[in-house]
Design a protein around this ligand. Structure first.
Ligand SMILES: [Mg+2]
Length: 246
């Protein structure tokens, strides 16, 4: 009896792209409008609203995570009133350079997924406006319909992401995110090629408070193995084996 190899094993890498403040610049200040009015609408005095917003963002990586956990907020209502009400069409526009960058990824060597703490409505809307929907195989988002949803940087989120994309090998995960906390968390789970997108020096609002980018405090045991870029074009060099050469 012959034992012909029947392996159809997919040994490609997986490129995971964070969306907000990574696929577009934090200079758009889109995140500045996220969340704060909702905290105020819950009846907190201004100072407390701002404090809680920042506290939950810092503690959980997503302010909404704290609202759901401690105030039993309906995450879908939050999404409609916050992310859903952002005038993204007036702020973002199709990005031909980004489209070309993604197009130049050799798909026989790497798959491409987006990975976000937002809900799918916001995620898909951003990808559509940027004009790169056709370059992304799938989107891992926070399932706001489940009150127990996981978000980055929780390990469960990254495990779920791999499961959803039917991807097994963490060492072949290539991940770019503007949050150093998320990058460090992924690295600690064994994600092999993590890149911190860092628009150093730019002042952006995170968790409701202005902050100079590049002052992140999160750190990990193998920080020197985390590449830092300020322009996504640099991925061509960092992941050079995954891009088409001609
Ligand atoms: Mg981000």
């Amino acid at each position: 009896m012959s034992t012909q190899p029947t392996s159809t094993q997919d040994d490609r890498y997986m490129i995971w792209l964070d969306i907000d403040n990574t696929l577009y610049s934090a200079s758009t200040q889109i995140s500045a409008a996220m969340g704060e009015p909702y905290f105020l609408s819950l009846g907190f005095p201004e100072e407390e609203a701002s404090e809680l917003h920042h506290k939950y963002y810092t503690q959980y990586g997503l302010a909404l995570r704290g609202l759901v956990r401690h105030h039993h907020i309906d995450a879908l209502d939050f999404d409609r009133k916050c992310d859903g009400s952002l005038p993204l069409e007036q702020i973002l526009k199709p990005d031909a350079k980004l489209h070309k960058l993604l197009e130049d990824i050799d798909r026989s060597k790497a798959r491409v997924w987006a990975l976000t703490n937002a809900y799918q409505t916001h995620a898909r809307r951003v990808l559509r406006i940027l004009g790169i929907e056709d370059q992304v195989e799938g989107v891992v988002f926070c399932d706001y319909s489940n009150p127990q949803f996981a978000c980055k940087p929780e390990p469960e989120y990254f495990h779920n992401a791999m499961q959803k994309a039917n991807f097994q090998d963490p060492s072949k995960c290539c991940f770019v995110d503007d949050s150093k906390t998320n990058i460090v968390a992924a690295k600690q789970l064994g994600w092999g090629r993590c890149v911190h997108f860092c628009e150093r020096g730019l002042v952006a609002v995170e968790g409701g408070k202005p902050k100079e980018i590049g002052q992140d405090t999160a750190s990990g045991p193998d920080e020197e193995s985390i590449a830092v870029i300020s322009d996504l074009e640099e991925l061509r060099a960092i992941w050079s084996d995954l891009f088409r050469t001609s």
